[in-house]
Write a protein that binds this ligand. Sequence first.
Ligand code: FAD
Ligand code: SF4
Ligand code: SF4
Ligand code: SF4
Length: 760
Amino acid sequence: MKLGILTWYHYRNYGTALQAAALSAALRKLGHQPEVIDYHSPGYFTTLPEYSLSRFARKLSNKFHRSRPSRNPRLFGEEKDLKFEAFLNRYLRFSQRCHTLADLERLNTSFDAFLCGSDQIWSPLVFHPRYFLDFVREPQRKIAYAPSIGTEEIRDRFVRSEMARLLADFDSLSVREESGRRIIQELTGRNAAVVVDPTQLLTQTDWIEAFGLRQDGGGKPYLLVYFLGNHAEYWAAAASTAEALGLELRIIPVFQSDLDRLGCIRDAVGPQEFLQLFLNAAYVCTDSFHGLSFSVLFRKPFTAFLRFSRKDPKNQNTRVLHFLEKLALTDRLWQEGNTLRLARKQPDFEEAARRLGAMRESSLAYLKEALSRVSQPETKKHVTEQNALCCGCGACAETCPVNAIRIEMNDSGFRTAQVNESLCIRCGRCLSVCPFCTETRSVPAESAALYSFKASSRDLLQSSSSGGAAFALSKTLLREGYRIAGCVYNRQKQCAEHILISSEAELPALQGSKYIQSSFAPALAQIRAYPGPVAVFGTPCQIAGARRLLADRDNILYVDLVCHGVPSDWLFRQYRQYIHRSADVDPDSMLVRFRAQPKGWRSFCLQAEDGVHTYTCDKEADPFFRMFEVGNCYNESCYECRWRQDSEADLRLADYWGPKFQQDPDGVSMVLCFTSAGAAAAERLHASGTLEPQPVDDYLQYQQSANHPKPVFYGDLIEALKNPKSRLDRLVSQYAVPLESRHLSRAEHFRYLLTVMRRK
Ligand SMILES: Cc1cc2nc3c(=O)[nH]c(=O)nc-3n(C[C@H](O)[C@H](O)[C@H](O)COP(=O)(O)OP(=O)(O)OC[C@H]3O[C@@H](n4cnc5c(N)ncnc54)[C@H](O)[C@@H]3O)c2cc1C
Ligand code: SF4
Ligand code: SF4
Ligand code: SF4
């Protein structure tokens, strides 16, 4: 079977690299073709910080420690990286590179089944649903092999409930530690198997054969030291052991200070060298789980040390203790006074090997059983079965031959595709136009040409978001016979929607960013029906959908906007109520301007009016804008956006952030040309203002380059926004302020902490 493994492999950590290589080797031995999925999450899910003085003190102390240089550039830098890379490339097969959820979902058709594990991929401190294989739809194709939760309890209630939901979707569940089994039992009522770390699925012979290790009888016998912690008494014990046994010390350096120790290895140690050092050692002193694992596998007498203080609530000693206990080797644990006794006594490797063999067998039996249950899914699918992400572009609905797809508001307040199963004939056409189901055809921003643009008309600048590029270009194109598709604010429906216009009189309604999701599908149908030239302005995902649908047309100019994300309609409904309460503006007929500029384009404010009453608020104080900025209630697709650093449009427009135009009072646009059609369109801007070439680094440096991490409390927040009894200002204090506080200086942070403590 072709198997996809999702695990950590990219940290330059021996255990991480070796467990990934071992699982692949074990699966190959069982006759399968494993590939490690080339994905590492760009960030982890955001959770709300818990505030307490001790936590704050710990944070400060961590910051202080981290600022000290602790790594040796030669041993820990490039040379070591190259050795890790060479090892991984030699022993692992990788899938195609996956950047986002959409890329992962597309792997469903390339693999028969998926495994996640091992390492601490299920740690609640770095929670991420991808490592629970959330992109695989069928539970029988998901196999957890030895993931570790790494802690004794999960304190965050959001992480707890998300984990319970994700775990329920596995047919085959196993974990690496007993504590993980207990947590899963508490969360789901299910009994997960406890299996061995992948490194222990292989025997000594397997390791030697699969990784080309050499048993080196010749050299001077040595005691190998591999300490992840730094305890003076452990170092003294290792030195006494070496002296008592007449062995040379060889130290795998971890800390800068290790370099000054006698016996420190001065060449970079990669995973291959690491294995070789353990295989040829005469004795081992280690506090690392994998260090112990290889000592036992290679039958090296050893002393085990506990890395963490038993009093530390986050200590990870359980893993080592559990391992020693299972193999009846707890007597190898160092305590004050037993150094020499341990050195002179041989561990009972016979009994340990017997026990480890039994554990290995039962772990392999678990794997075989899980793999035997894998069944192939139905191949022909439609868009909502194939992928979880949808921006509501409407391309699928337009292409469906039986009108089975409608774009409707979903429960979370986003327009997305809904498929009528009874009409669907499973032709698969919708998949071919969806910007999330298909390969991206994006051009990277690095290879685009950047310009700054500032319209010459002051009025135009006042009514646009930045430099008025969209208006100026639209006006010229209208005069050349183009129609323009752009977004307006619809007062009757209280929403943003795209329309297709043909006259200059309609143009002002398109000006200004509407920071809510625009209804795009009806305009897309109009564009498709109109055979003449059209310029389409929209978010990058809308443009990507339109381009796929209209692939046979050569008279369309695509213009996208740098896009932060679009928030839930439930937030916007709350906002309208908030405006009504605070300024008496009618929530059913108001016109909202998201970027009014009475104080300049950088310090813009939000305005709403109904012809009688007016609401105005600076962006920093406005509750809608604060929620929008922290990005905690965006559409799912915005957390996995594929177009941050590249585009499928001809031209991209954005605000010219960065220091260059900071003093400009009216606004400057970034204009990024990706294609020759885009460059020709940009040329037309010369007639309406100042267009100047700029280094593309300004775009790369000052525009958001990574996706916002999705908050783990997302579901709770959406529910709170849906509740008509909620008050937006209170939701802001609860869900936005704690995240805003991450960007505060230490002094501001401290003041914030005091306010929170007082509130408690
Ligand atoms: C949701 C959203 C998020 C944005 N985030 C950023 C950002 O993080 N950084 C940044 O530099 N710029 C961002 N922009 C773009 C920025 O606000 C300006 O649109 C851009 O600088 C161009 O300004 P302008 O003066 O040329 O045109 P504007 O007068 O602002 O008009 C631009 C065009 O935007 C279109 N438009 C307006 N609202 C929407 C919408 N909701 N959906 C689709 N199209 C719409 C209109 O059709 C118009 O053609 C965002 C825009 C939107 C809509
Ligand atoms: S598979 Fe075909 S019929 Fe079904 S929703 Fe997609 S396009 Fe329509
Ligand atoms: S992103 Fe567009 S094409 Fe894909 S499912 Fe949603 S509406 Fe359809
Ligand atoms: S962030 Fe990405 S997915 Fe979300 S609206 Fe913008 S372009 Fe579309």
